[in-house]
Design a protein. Structure first.
Length: 138
């Protein structure tokens, strides 16, 4: 499909005296396309495509009933609806279930502060210490 600017450009070239064949060579469009848009009264518009039903549509009632029971595990739900004949993928199921999944709140953590010198913390490190004249690994 040719956009409004492109259509204006085609008409401009035609008004300057270029042939349809020459315009087609310049723009890379087919001659029939160039001719169609030069003769068109209105600018081209995209047509809305009819919405296709989802592969998940026949199974939504069952899934909603399982969600009301508290089953939010998509792997389990996928197995159950595949047994009923579902041929779609997991992502569409996950997107559908995500709308109904309750929000998870992070649990509050009470901060623990030891007194100075009471505790030492080291992450993924080796610690060795000297005991008199000897060095001891941890």
């Amino acid at each position: 499909m040719v956009g409004a600017r492109e259509m204006f450009y085609l008409r401009e070239l035609y008004a300057k005296g270029y042939s349809i064949r020459a315009i087609a060579r310049i723009t890379g469009h087919d001659r029939k396309t160039v001719s169609k848009y030069i003769k068109a009264q209105l600018y081209p518009r995209y047509k809305r495509r009819p919405q296709k039903p989802s592969k998940l549509e026949p199974y939504k009632e069952y899934i909603l009933s399982r969600l009301r029971e508290g089953m939010f595990n998509c792997n389990v739900l996928l197995e159950e609806i595949r047994a009923q004949g579902y041929a779609g993928g997991k992502t569409i199921l996950k997107d559908f279930v995500a709308r109904y999944r309750p929000l998870q709140r992070a649990q509050a953590v009470q901060r623990f502060e030891p007194r100075p010198g009471q505790q030492a913390q080291v992450d993924w490190a080796y610690f060795s210490y000297h005991d008199g004249n000897r060095k001891r690994p941890a």
